[in-house]
Design a protein around this ligand. Sequence first.
Ligand code: NAP
Length: 290
Amino acid sequence: MPAQLIDGAAIAARTKSEVQTRVRELTNLGHRVHLVALLVGGIDAGALYAQRQGEACRAIGIDYTLHKLPATITQKELKHEIRRLNADASVTGIMMHLPLPSHLDAPRLQYEIDVVKDVEGVNPANIGYVVYGHTLIAPCTALSAVELIKSTGVRIEGAEAVVVGASQIAGKPISLLLTEQMATVTLCHIATKDLKLHTRRAEILVVAVGKPGLIQPEDVLDGAVIIDVGINRIALPDGTKKTVGDVEFDTVRHKASHITPVPGGVGPMTVAMLLRNTLRSAELHFGTTK
Ligand code: NAP
């Protein structure tokens, strides 16, 4: 029997609605939720993404300001801009669109973002809080993967969870959040000797690599929950392009119990998690956390 689809778009819509309700309550108390996004240089993809992000924020009552900065800005100038926003009481959240021009050191700049205003959870202190079990703000993609697993109702505690891909924004924080949920976690990466050995015993399999077709049906345990974080644009024989994940969806879905589609799985949920984190930052800023 084909797996149950994990409908990221529908779950994201519910999450956004919950965030909207709370943003309205805060607004009624005189607290405006205000996200400032930094966009350096004129990257088209970044500008389009920022525009959509602004629309998503405004649709649920979050003020959104896009600061467009010249590609020639120096590390020192950008650091000062972030520090200025940290000190601005009218700003409740800050994020920086990537990539940055090559003369800028993105991680060092992300480290400058105030821990409470860090809506993407990229300040190392925020990862540190996750490790110590006192999560303040976790990275959005990782939250998205874990929320989608929770949505299945499958027990995470004690489950064999395998995460493939060990990036700072996806694989590593996903493995930390699953450890926090008491799964037994294996983190596979480029140096893993026998990837299939691990994926075949995974009751929960999260794949965040960026390689279409990496996971085939023979690599998957019967009845596994599969979260496909990958987003890849592939060319079809007729010359058109299609977005796919890292998992061979059409075949693997016959072995899994639950699976995320690409598109429509982790992607929309990550946007919803950014909005939820933006609310969380504001609650921490105003001291209104429930
Ligand atoms: P990334 O920084 O390139 O990280 C990929 C990770 O996978 C790296 O640790 C890499 O190791 C590892 N890797 C490469 N080949 C591997 C293999 N054969 N087996 C095991 N591990 C392997 O990418 P990312 O930013 O984490 O993104 C991963 C994918 O998720 C991309 O397709 C991206 O577009 C997508 N993504 C989606 C969302 C969303 O919201 N849906 C958000 C973020 C990312 P090395 O670095 O050592 O090669």
